[in-house]
Design a protein around this ligand. Sequence first.
Ligand SMILES: [Zn+2]
Length: 334
Amino acid sequence: MSLASGPGRAAGTSVDLKLCVEKHIDYIKKLDSRKDELEYWLTEHLRLNGVYWGLTALHLLGCPDGLPRDNAVDFVLSCQQENGGFGAAPGHDAHLLYTVSAVQILVTLDAVDELEKRGLGGKLKVGSFIAGLQDKETGSFMGDEWGELDTRFLYGALNALSLLGLLDLVDVAKAVSYVQRCENLDGGYGVTPGAESHAGQVFTCVGALAIAGRLDLVDKDRLGGWLSERQLDHGGLNGRPEKLADACYSWWVGASLAMIGKLNWIDGSKLAAYILRCQDPEAGGFADRPGNAVDVFHTHFAIAGLSLLGYEGVEEVDPVYCMPKSITSKILSA
Ligand SMILES: [Zn+2]
């Protein structure tokens, strides 16, 4: 795969597509100042995840100081609950997915030590909350004390615990064997054993195996074949056969291919062109498909997808953690 000639040209379109970096930075920065708008309240349940998506996208766009650091750290800590986990916003029940975002934000801002100084019980308390969600029988994880098992939670748990240096709080071998049971004959993975393959679940299962150091268990040719069939004629990627393309699958599919060393099995130039057609060149941000309304979730995963493809001007992303590579390299080697 070579993008040296410019992704726009390979798209077979006369428009010279390029990434509107400044517009996207402005769009993300403004998300924080729209508290009077209905959209803000409708998305409150996504707040802590939203900060992670916005912050990571800003880093990848070369604007790491785009959100005020102290405000971001204060907000994260205000979402922590007595049990050590984090909710979506202050006063919300703790859930694994928000706890993962909290850890990722604190790591990105180099602020994990704030957990010891101002958090409720330090990072060990956070790790214990996560470890308490592992199902002792199967090795999988629940999202909260009530929840069902889902490989998204298993991946999230290993992601956050490894960033905190606390993987030994859980039974990693048992989690790995659960992931193996979710593998299907087509090479993909589902949400539970026997469930149909889905690119989002493939990402979480392969990511979990990568963190556990067990990528040797993946049938890379078979999985690479299934993943590369997700690319449609217009260059975009879908999550399952017969489904429409969506910019966020640039990440779920692309990162999975990158982790197994098969990213060159799809046409990167065509994918980059598709992603760029999903951006709003005037107001900034990315949508799931060209012409649709933008949101911070798709903005983040579209930019992360461009990063996987080595798009010029975008910082390198870590395909396992979906965080800037410069940050994960530092913390994981410490
Ligand atoms: Zn999407």
